[in-house]
Design a binder for this molecule. Sequence first.
Ligand SMILES: Nc1nc2c(ncn2[C@@H]2O[C@H](COP(=O)(O)OP(=O)(O)OP(=O)(O)O)[C@@H](O)[C@H]2O)c(=O)[nH]1
Ligand SMILES: [Mg+2]
Length: 249
Amino acid sequence: MKAQELETRMREYESFRSVLIRSDAWTVIRLDGRAFTQFTALRFRKPYDERLRDFIIEATSALMQGFQAIYCYTFSDEISAVFAPGWDLFNRRHEKLISLSAGLVSSVFTHACGEPSHFDSRIWQCERREEVIDYFRWRQCDAARCALHGWCYWTLRQAGLSSETVVDMLAGKNKDEQKALLHQYGIDFDQVPSWQRHGVGLYWEDYAKSGYDPIKAQAVEAERRRIKIQLQLVSGKAYSQFLHDLLLY
Ligand SMILES: Nc1nc2c(ncn2[C@@H]2O[C@H](COP(=O)(O)OP(=O)(O)OP(=O)(O)O)[C@@H](O)[C@H]2O)c(=O)[nH]1
Ligand SMILES: [Mg+2]
């Protein structure tokens, strides 16, 4: 059998090779840590641990840099990165985008944390910028919901109650009831660190870098950009406005 024939025939079985993401839409890549409930159980403080947050931020920064995202958002074990219509990294090949984003985030996270861990990856696309803004509001609402539930769950567990009892106690409780429960333990949920309730945003900022021009023998300033890590994100309508300004393109 000729080598070229074999190559062609074997390539035909790579049936997802030709799947491309849309070029005329906004794209979000979302990654999520696999089985982090077990992974974090004995390794990190509950409900939140700054070390885990910083490992995820490091992985998010690498994704932002490597894939040139406009904006990234992270909370818990998930990361979202957004790209404007026309973005054509890896010729928009779906397989490449999800496998390489998962590979990049998993390797940087593992390196930072020192323990093997991995992430899944998926693509989300839509035509309208307003929908992208709502996407990030949706993720931020989820961050707030998880934070409130996590604080209630672990506060009760640390008070000595069993997992089953706590799950029963929290079933059907609305936001205000959960906050009232935390108050009984001296915790004001609205005062817990912003990054836990609202997540963390990463975006590009310009800054002036001082240098020296040896030919002109004078100090010069060059404009550079770097990743800004925002641990104090606004929420609600102010977050929509923030995203609206950021996602102009
Ligand atoms: N201890 C600790 N756990 C955290 C922290 N941040 C996130 N987690 C946990 O990470 C888990 C993330 O939830 P999920 O992504 O829904 O669950 P998962 O176990 O990763 O399951 P899959 O994503 O379906 O594989 C939750 O159990 C969180 O409590 C943290 O700062 N400290
Ligand atoms: Mg997960």
